[in-house]
Design a protein around this ligand. Structure first.
Ligand code: PDD
Length: 276
């Protein structure tokens, strides 16, 4: 396994992350998960737009410009012979004695690796059960930071209860899932939470909304409640790792007839054919 560490490709044994790294102390950093299909980065520009937004907000300086970084990621994919999988990349504020304020002189630390990951054929076919949970996260869920403890805890609760994922809501308004966005379908209209500070602006979400429009499926970027979700005809989640995965039950109650819906199937098909 070859890693990208700062600006060079190197074996894992040469990656030296300090115990004083602020990513470790504070979760003080940003990350991205890129999909790789057939050895090629997918929606690269959209991921970089989001990464830039996050690092700008955190005031962390990327050690490499976007063209050089893209090239390094491509070299990393090639070095690891990755065909289908993901590239995980993170950047932290760097290592310094533990003080809350930004330390002077810390150098940002960038690290990326690849992971082989098959497309989730089984869950895309059958759908998943989901549970709901209070969205106890902060108010900048649009930033892709390393602070994922609420997501981790909620996901584990879902697994412990035999569900595939958790659907977050704020006082009854559905936001998103632990590592994906959620959409519902009612009377042929696709509805999803608007891309504001309460959700991550998913790259897959944007692709699916674009595909829906191209398919002539009406789309509303408008919040909906857990109650409305339970009354929906269909529901599905979108994300780099889940693509378009049907949600067939929520808190043990079937969505629609409890099997993946027709609009969901159309969007899965459209997504499939959109993969270059
Ligand atoms: N997660 N919402 C949250 C909270 C996420 O963490 C993710 C992605 C998404 C979907 O975004 P995208 O379509 O750009 O993958 C929505 C990644 C895959 C992760 O943390 O592993």
């Amino acid at each position: 396994q070859i890693y990208l560490y700062q600006d060079r490709l190197t074996p894992l044994t040469e990656v030296h992350i300090s115990p004083e790294d602020r990513g470790y102390y504070f979760g003080d950093g940003a990350y991205e998960v890129f999909r790789v299909y057939n050895g090629k980065l997918y929606e690269t520009e959209a991921h970089f737009t989001r990464l830039n937004k996050t690092v700008d907000a955190l005031r962390i300086h990327l050690p490499l410009g976007q063209p050089a970084l893209t090239q390094r990621l491509e070299e990393l994919i090639q070095a690891n012979g990755l065909q289908d999988g993901i590239v995980y990349m993170q950047i932290t504020r760097g290592a310094a004695a533990r003080v809350h304020a930004f330390p002077s002189g810390a150098e940002p630390v960038l690290m990326a690796y690849t992971q082989t990951l098959a497309r989730p054929y089984a869950s895309m076919e059958q759908g998943i059960a989901a549970i709901t949970a209070d969205d106890i996260r902060w108010l900048r869920c649009d930033l892709k930071t390393l602070n994922l403890l609420p997501n981790v805890m909620a996901k584990q609760t879902a697994i412990d209860r035999g569900a595939g994922d958790v659907i977050f809501h704020r006082s009854g308004t559905v936001t998103e899932c632990s590592s994906s966005n959620i959409m519902m379908v009612k009377n042929g209209v696709v509805r999803t939470h608007p891309a504001n500070n309460l959700i991550l602006h998913g790259v897959t979400r944007a692709v699916v909304l674009r595909l829906a429009q191209a398919e002539g499926i009406p789309v509303q970027e408008m919040p909906f409640t857990v109650e409305e979700l339970l009354e929906a005809d269909e529901a599905f989640i979108t994300g780099t790792t889940v693509e378009v995965t049907p949600v067939t039950s929520v808190d043990g109650k079937p969505i629609g007839d409890g099997s993946p819906g027709a609009v969901t199937r159309r969007l899965q098909q459209a997504f499939d054919t959109s993969i270059p």
